[in-house]
Design a protein. Structure first.
Length: 208
């Protein structure tokens, strides 16, 4: 009986430590990333703070009048291998999150405050647009152009969840007007007048 109890205890102990070793792979951020993510920290060095992100607060407004705070694997090592990250955006009255894509991630928008008009354009160029407020969740399928406008009174806030530990972001305005792409090419490919291209290059700090 004694022996059986000891055996059971030893078995539980071994399975417990085995299970905790595969419960998570907290990133060893100093080790450098591989295509499969970061290597795991030694389980004995993992702390509860690896699972808690403490800087999830509004940041500084950007040129589009919103602030964007990301909780991604590089600052939140517990996300390593979980195919998931989060961000909040806080957007001034009249502010916009301009047309952009995340080539590698689906996005879920959860409104926490205010009235936002959000939308995406499907790959057959159909717009899907809706004004959403607290209580609404909007899914933006992976890779599609999308945008958000604060159409309500005062500031609005939302949380966004991505199925990637660090989604890529490409903003349409910056891709076209925020770099040194030859203005003649921008004019030809967008059908905009030279004066409009010049104005937009000025606005988004592009050259060329
Ligand atoms: C940004 O928002 C502030 C506060 O609502 C407003 O005064 C300012 O005009 C806005 N700026 C732009 C560029 O929209
Ligand atoms: C959002 O829209 C609703 C319905 O039109 C309105 O009652 C509410 O005051 C609006 N809230 C804000 C923050 O604009």
């Amino acid at each position: 009986m004694m022996f059986r109890a000891f055996f059971l205890f030893a078995f539980l102990l071994s399975t417990t430590s085995h299970v905790s070793a595969i419960d998570f792979c907290v990133a060893d951020l100093k080790a450098g990333e591989t295509p499969a993510g970061y290597p795991c920290k030694a389980p004995t060095t993992v702390k509860v703070d690896d699972f808690v992100f403490s800087k999830y607060l509004p940041g500084k407004n950007n040129i589009f009048n919103f602030s964007f705070t990301r909780a991604i694997v590089d600052d939140f090592p517990a996300l390593n291998g979980l195919h998931l990250s989060m961000a909040r955006f806080d957007i001034e009255e009249g502010g916009i999150v301009p047309m952009h894509t995340h080539a590698d991630a689906t996005e879920v928008i959860v409104v926490s405050h205010g009235n936002l008009t959000a939308g995406f354009i499907s790959s057959d160029n159909t717009p899907f647009v809706k004004t959403i407020s607290e209580g609404n969740i909007f899914v933006i399928p992976k890779g599609l152009l999308h945008f958000v406008l604060n159409v309500g009174k005062g500031k609005a806030s939302a949380n966004v969840i991505f199925d990637s530990v660090r989604p890529s972001v490409q903003l349409f305005n910056l891709a076209l007007f925020g770099n040194n792409l030859d203005s003649a090419i921008v004019e030809k490919t967008t059908f905009l007048d030279p004066a409009q291209v010049k104005k937009l290059k000025g606005r988004f700090k592009g050259s060329g």
